[in-house]
Design a protein around this ligand. Structure first.
Ligand code: ADP
Ligand code: MG
Length: 642
């Protein structure tokens, strides 16, 4: 006889609230119902293992998801522990709603995405009502002689319990999809969701598109019959269903038993990345918390690549979410991997997660492991480490800026690549060479003249051309007071000329260029170096870079706070003349005789333009002038030769 009842709810309107909440991510009902089946099998298995239940050998643990497009139903079947009538009443009718109360209590204030945590409120089962007009449970407990029961509800509020004709141990949940969701959850969609959440479920999971399978079988049977009628032997293909999941993800295996090929294969399987990972870390610990997983350093230096789905968090092999920044420090999202955090307290709010001691320990443990791995590679195979550098440098630099602990652990192995393709640590660039500055360039080809001078002075010029390098060097200077970075054009070392000399040259170039603000200095840089350079001090250049950022914010209006950028960040570049160079000596000599003032000025302007050209700061007007005059000069030389 059927029994009717109303699920005991203290607050009438609780369900609509949850429904709205859950609505944000309908997909998760599949994960929740499959996990419930998996939990039910795990419970039964435990009983078998301790001898409290019996199982025959040919009875293998299985989960099935069957989609029937004609009837608009989805079945979730397990052969787990099952439920008695009392248990249905207790776990489905009562317990779930106390979970619901907690959920609403904790989340009414918070507007975060709840999909990752719903399962942890004992609400999983009710997620079925997000998509279904009718939910039916058929279940039979493992306990001998327990009658099978059915439970049916159309709205999650009123239910009917009756006897069921189920004969085997386990549970079947049948959803009749609502009109709106029928169109959404087709076979492809369901399959996709199963792949996302259930790929590593601990028990074999089968999927069947019932209508499609039926049609295929009918086709096969027809072909077979036709063949037999003709007296031929029919070799149709045998359709033995196989599980769609991998019940033993590699992270569960002991690291010592895993081969490189297995790690690479697993990476391909999970991330569909055809590029091989550089190296990886297998996390496997039971104390003080359970954490298993594999983190990969991907081969990529493309910062624009999507960060989605990079660090996947699992809970007992069930996918929870990607990139939970409350659990994993954000800079680690540049890596890829799977982490199974069994003890993750997901039943607390995400903002509380950040305060959680366990989560703090977890993330600090991961950071320790990652930096240890980097140090390991650096110490044991420096050449390999250097080979990886271009792929991992963004990760390391970004991590250093984001995380103090990480910074401390990797600061001594952070590398800089020189213009000659060699790699150096900070220590190797400074103390080991008795240098107090690190000379760098952004564009080695453009700054070749400066680079060769710096090299002559014994510097290894490093290339810093990544987007975050500006911030990174400021950060390093702030952290390590004895480290200073200078771009190659920021300093020109040599003996300074006398005051009179500077004054005379300064006059000469000011008049020639018609710019009486031009700063001119004179330094003996060596006879084989260029005659003139532009020097932009490190401070001035960094100011100029800041200025650029502000320029884009200019409004052009009267009250524009950035209208006076010229006085806020004056551009300061000075002309440095190499007093060792014969051309400079010659110009200086001509100045005191000065019989052809016009020619002298033209030569001075030309030299100034050349210096700006080598510096990369010559504007288009200047370039035109430079090329024109240069051609005239070449013509004259050619005429002399002929
Ligand atoms: P939770 O899984 O977090 O406990 P659910 O709402 O998903 O919350 O399920 C409520 C309870 O219903 C479960 O704890 C379990 O006791 C029972 N249950 C749900 N599905 C099954 C199933 N397939 N087999 C046996 N028991 C189940
Ligand atoms: Mg559940």
């Amino acid at each position: 006889m059927a029994k009717k009842g109303t699920i005991s709810v203290t607050t009438e309107n609780i369900f609509p609230i949850i429904r709205k909440w859950l609505y944000s991510d309908q997909d998760i009902f599949i994960r929740e119902l499959v996990s419930n089946g998996s939990d039910a099998i795990a419970k039964f298995k435990r009983l078998v293992d301790i001898g409290e239940a019996e199982k025959s050998d040919d009875d293998s643990y299985q989960l099935h998801v069957n989609y029937d497009s004609e009837n608009g139903t989805i079945e979730f079947i397990d052969n787990g522990i099952g439920m008695t009538e009392e248990e249905v009443d207790k776990y489905i009718n009562q317990i779930a709603f106390s979970g619901a109360m907690d959920f609403v209590e904790k989340y009414k204030e918070e507007s975060t995405d709840a999909s990752g945590i719903i399962g942890h409120f004992g609400l999983g089962f009710y997620s079925a009502f997000m998509v279904a007009d009718k939910v039916r449970i058929d279940t039979k407990s493992f306990q001998k002689d327990a009658p099978a029961v059915s439970w049916v509800s159309e709205d999650g509020m009123d239910y009917e319990i009756a006897e069921s004709d189920r004969t085997e141990r386990g549970t079947t949940i049948t959803l009749t999809l609502s009109e709106e969701t029928k169109g959404i959850f087709d076979g492809g969609k369901i399959r996709g969701i199963l792949n996302k959440y259930c790929s590593f479920m601990p028990f074999d999971l089968y999927y069947s598109d019932v209508v499609a399978d039926r049609k295929r079988e009918a086709d096969e049977a027809k072909k077979k019959k036709e063949a037999e009628d003709k007296g031929e032997e029919y070799k149709g293909y045998e359709n033995t269903p196989s599980p769609i999941n991998n019940t033993e993800p590699l992270w569960k295996k002991a690291p010592k038993d895993c081969t490189d090929e297995e790690y690479k294969e697993f990476y391909r399987e999970v991330f569909h990345d055809f590029k091989e990972p550089l190296f990886w870390i297998h996390l496997n610990m039971d104390f003080p918390f359970h954490l298993q997983g594999i983190l990969y350093f991907p081969k990529t230096n493309n910062v624009y690549e999507t960060l989605e789905g990079r660090i996947k968090i699992y809970n007992h092999q069930v996918f929870v979410a990607d990139n939970i920044e409350e659990v994993i420090p954000e800079f680690l999202f540049l890596l890829r991997g799977c982490l199974d955090c069994t003890d993750l307290p997901l039943n607390v709010s995400r903002s509380a997660l950040q305060q959680d001691e366990y989560v703090k320990k977890l993330s600090s443990h991961i950071i320790t492991k990652v930096s240890a791995k980097l140090n390991d590679v650096f110490k044991n195979d420096r050449k390999a480490f250097e080979g990886y550098w271009s792929d991992i440098s963004i990760f390391v630099k970004y991590g250093m800026m984001k995380d103090e602990k990480f910074y401390e652990k990797v600061k001594d192995i952070c590398l800089f690549k020189s213009v000659d393709g060699e790699f150096f640590t900070i220590e190797e660039l400074t103390k080991a060479k008795e240098k107090d500055t690190i000379r760098y360039t952004k564009a080695p080809d453009q700054q070749a003249a400066y680079i060769s001078m710096a090299k002559e002075k014994g510097f290894d010029v490093v290339v810093l051309n990544e987007e975050l390098d500006n911030n990174f060097i400021s950060f390093l200077e702030y952290k390590q007071h004895d480290v200073k970075f200078k771009r190659v054009d920021a300093e020109l070392e040599g003996e300074a000329a006398s005051e009179d000399e500077v004054k005379a040259l300064s006059e000469l170039f000011k008049t020639a260029t018609g710019d009486d603000k031009l700063e001119v200095s004179a330094v003996a840089l060596g006879a084989d170096q260029l005659p003139a350079f532009i020097r932009e001090t490190e401070e001035a250049r960094r100011m100029a870079e800041m200025r650029k950022q502000f320029e884009s914010m200019r409004t052009g209006k009267e009250d524009d706070p950035y209208k006076d950028l010229d006085s806020m960040f004056p551009i300061k570049k000075d002309l440095v003349l190499n007093t060792d160079h014969p051309l400079v000596l010659r110009l200086r000599g001509m100045a005191s005789v000065a019989d052809d003032k016009e020619k002298l000025d033209a030569l001075c302007v030309h030299l100034y333009d050349q210096a700006r050209l080598a510096h990369g700061s010559l504007d288009s007007e200047g370039l035109k002038r430079f090329l024109k005059y240069n051609s005239e000069l070449l013509t004259k030389v050619a005429e002399k030769l002929s």
